[in-house]
Design a protein around this ligand. Structure first.
Ligand code: MF3
Ligand code: CO
Length: 237
């Protein structure tokens, strides 16, 4: 998973760095396909419960599980979340970032910065003896301090031999509550945060979720190894 994590971080970095006005999200998905070939890894989302693409992308108010499309052209000032999973030597890795398309407004910068910070605060809790509630609590505190809301309908999760394993890791929680963490566990810690309320709606494709109030949403996610004293981020270059 350490090796696979490095590969996924490299791939997602390359995709995120290529984001620019005029591109389509379908192009990003094809780039992901080419990079999976190049690094000899399998995409984890494609075909998962019939999901039709390699990436999940979320432009502005699209929150999670947005499907890339050749009709979706990126425009300067938008924000886009890019979520990707791979299988490397039968092990799953899961990682997401949110970036601006060209230059974005100050509120957008704040949303991205705060969501990344919330994920990092959550990751800091991924040590033996802590609970999933400690991770969720940390994520939500950072969001609330920034005047933002966490998404409650989706969660982070255990990851390893499967894409989604126990325990689920919500972006909220009570300290000391939930599942007790043990050294050696690998978890996908996801901060999913909205500018407005945390409420989502499904689009008719059955996958795409959008914010109910039309405000923007961001996601940052790392696959993390729970340690005795400190967490180790695996999806890092
Ligand atoms: N990181 C997301 C999650 O864990 C992506 C899953 S996409 C799916 O829910 F299409 F595979 F479901
Ligand atoms: Co995930």
């Amino acid at each position: 998973m350490r090796k696979g994590g490095k590969i996924l971080a490299e791939i997602l970095h390359e995709i995120a760095a290529s984001v620019s006005p005029g591109m389509t999200t379908g192009e990003l998905d094809r780039m992901a396909a080419a990079l999976c070939k190049k690094h000899d890894v399998k995409p984890a989302f494609l075909g998962y419960q019939d999901y039709p693409a390699i990436l999940c992308v979320g432009v502005d108010d699209v929150a999670i599980h947005g499907i890339p499309s050749d009709e979706e052209i990126l425009i300067e000032g938008q924000t886009i979340s890019i979520d990707m999973g791979i299988i490397f030597k039968d092990m799953y890795l899961d990682h997401a970032v949110t970036v601006g398309v060209g230059t974005i407004d100050e509120e957008g910068e704040k949303l991205l910065h705060s969501t990344e910070l919330a994920m990092k605060a959550g990751i800091a809790q991924a040590v033996a003896g802590k609970h999933t509630g400690d991770i969720g609590y940390a994520i939500e505190q950072v969001a609330l301090l920034a005047g933002l809301s966490v998404i409650t309908a989706m969660t982070g999760h255990g990851v390893g031999r499967k894409l989604h394993e126990e325990p689920s890791i919500p972006c909220f929680g009570e300290r000391g509550k939930g599942f007790r963490l043990v050294a050696g566990m690998t978890v996908a810690i996801e901060a999913m945060i909205n500018e407005g309320t945390g409420d989502l709606e499904f689009l008719s494709d059955g996958w795409t979720t959008v914010t109910q109030d039309g405000m923007r949403s961001a996601i940052f996610e790392h696959t993390v190894l729970v340690g005795d004293k400190s967490p180790e981020i695996l999806t890092i270059r």
